[in-house]
Design a binder for this molecule. Structure first.
Ligand SMILES: Cc1cc2nc3c(=O)[nH]c(=O)nc-3n(C[C@H](O)[C@H](O)[C@H](O)COP(=O)(O)OP(=O)(O)OC[C@H]3O[C@@H](n4cnc5c(N)ncnc54)[C@H](O)[C@@H]3O)c2cc1C
Length: 457
């Protein structure tokens, strides 16, 4: 069988890629998804059957690809069928790390469960039903271990969470069920030696293009440039699986039409929940931590969080029980990385810091992201318009429409030093390649001054 586009994998990234193909107007018969799972792509975190699959696309299920020859653009299944493609999206995700991988004694016992695919979830549910009120050991203290422990507690299991089933002190825990959540490893074996790899994944650019022409990699398997941190990274989270898939498909269609799209500029985002707690995390969890809020479980108003501070700037934020507005505010903080003078003050301010920072920067930040890549004259016009709509005294900036060239005067370079900005000249147009935090109207002048722009007034 031959297809114009093939998505290899039937998980989150595959589902979102298929949806984006449909948005971009893929024609019937052009696209196939090949997945070893027996069901259409679904949202893995919920492990619900919320299928993501649009119509008009060939779904080749229960089909494991065992050989990939990227040079001849051919995939071969376990049953010996051959699939040809013009463009391939690798979305094979990760596989769970099994206790057998560590050579753990008794690792092949029947009551040991893993959770990656829907049939594994079904098997675990059956075991939970069969061993009512039993004892469970959850191996692994990451978010999956935590979520599983909560689910087992809700089902009246007596749960112990450990990092080793036979504990290092020699004790042995009894268990009716052992659930293992010790992490995953990207499924790249099919492509070994044919494609460039880095940090355990398939290396891509900001459009998820790999080192092999017409081959893209998305989701858990992709090691991609994380622009915000100027680093290449691999991310095993659903938000990135969705966004990377959309980016790759947009890039494919853009290149077919001789167009270009913006680089992927990902802000790490992760969410999880256990019992009646739910939390969101944005940014990077590096540097010093500052805890804030009320974390007493018995408190009716409990809401707590944490900031991560590196090089005097907030680089990550976590919040439990946040409202959508509060979560938006911590996301903004992680994106713009405002400076922090005192960690004690930050702890006292807590969530107010994020909300305040959002109000301060809302107008300008929006402006920069909206006009990125456009001609500078449009940037200024959009900036003026945006600033004009900010209510005076509303906690945000209100600038007079008289931004003049050189208006920042001698103060400009000093003010600029503490900010992140860069200008790139290309074909007579200017592009901002990173974000700029503007704390006040005069900084708009500074910004224009930096770009050596004449005022239109
Ligand atoms: C139980 C669980 C809970 C999670 N909860 C969260 C959460 O709360 N928040 C969060 O951000 N992230 C969560 N994650 C992580 C998130 O689900 C993954 O990051 C995401 O699924 C990655 O998407 P993907 O499409 O790259 O890979 P996957 O969704 O793993 O899909 C890979 C697909 O490729 C198929 N495949 C692989 N090899 C082959 C082959 N050779 N032939 C054919 N098909 C193949 C697989 O069968 C699968 O269908 C969770 C993961 C699990 C397992």
């Amino acid at each position: 069988m031959a297809f114009k586009y093939v998505i290899l994998g039937g998980g989150v990234a595959a589902g979102y890629a298929a949806r984006e193909f449909a948005n971009q107007g893929v024609k019937p018969g052009e696209l196939a998804i090949i997945s070893k799972e027996a069901v259409a792509p679904y949202e893995r975190p919920a492990l619900s059957k919320a299928y993501l699959f649009p119509e008009g696309i060939s779904l080749i299920l229960g089909t494991e690809i065992v050989k990939a020859d990227l040079a001849s653009k051919t995939l071969i299944s376990a049953a010996g069928e051959t699939y040809k493609y013009q463009t391939l999206i690798i979305a094979t995700g990760s596989t769970v790390i099994r206790l057998t991988d560590f050579g753990v004694q008794g690792a092949d016992a029947k009551n040991i469960f893993y959770l990656r695919e829907i049939d594994e979830a079904d098997e675990l549910v059956e075991a939970i039903k069969a061993k009512k009120n039993g004892k469970a050991v959850v191996v692994g203290g990451g978010y999956i271990g935590l979520e599983l422990s909560a689910a087992l507690r809700i089902n009246n299991f007596d749960v112990s969470m450990v990092t080793d089933v036979k504990l290092k002190d020699g004790r042995v825990l009894e268990a009716d069920i052992v659930v293992v959540g010790v992490g995953g490893k990207p499924l790249t074996t099919l492509f070994k030696g044919q494609i460039e790899e880095e940090k355990g994944g398939i290396k891509t650019d900001s459009f998820f293009k790999t080192s092999v022409p017409d081959v893209y990699a998305v989701g858990d398997v992709a090691t991609f440039p994380m622009k915000l941190y100027d680093e290449i990274r691999r991310v095993e989270h659903v938000d990135h699986a969705r966004k990377s898939a959309e980016q790759a498909v947009k890039a494919i269609f853009a290149s077919e039409h001789g167009k270009s799209i913006s680089e992927y500029d990902y802000l790490p985002y992760f969410y999880s929940r256990a019992f009646d707690l739910s939390w969101q995390f944005y940014g990077d969890n590096v540097g010093e931590t500052v805890l804030f809020g009320d974390s007493k479980p018995t408190s009716p108003t409990h809401k707590f969080g944490s900031y991560w501070i590196k090089d005097g700037k907030v680089v990550g934020a976590f919040l439990e029980s946040g409202t959508p507005e509060e979560n938006k505010a911590i996301a903004k903080v992680a994106r713009v990385q405002p400076p922090v003078e005192s960690l004690d003050q930050l702890a006292t301010e807590g969530l107010t810091f994020a909300i305040g920072a959002e109000a301060d920067n809302d107008g300008i930040e929006l402006l920069l992201t909206q006009v990125k890549g456009k001609d500078i004259t449009e940037l200024i016009a959009a900036g003026r318009e945006k600033l004009a709509s900010v209510p005076a005294g509303g906690g945000a900036v209100a600038v007079s429409a008289s931004a003049s060239s050189g208006g920042g005067g001698a103060a400009a370079p000093a003010a600029a030093e503490s900010k992140k900005e860069e200008k790139v000249e290309s074909d007579g147009a200017y592009n901002l390649s990173s974000s700029l935090i503007l704390a006040g109207p005069e900084e708009f002048d500074v910004f224009l001054w930096l770009l050596r722009l004449p005022s239109s007034d």
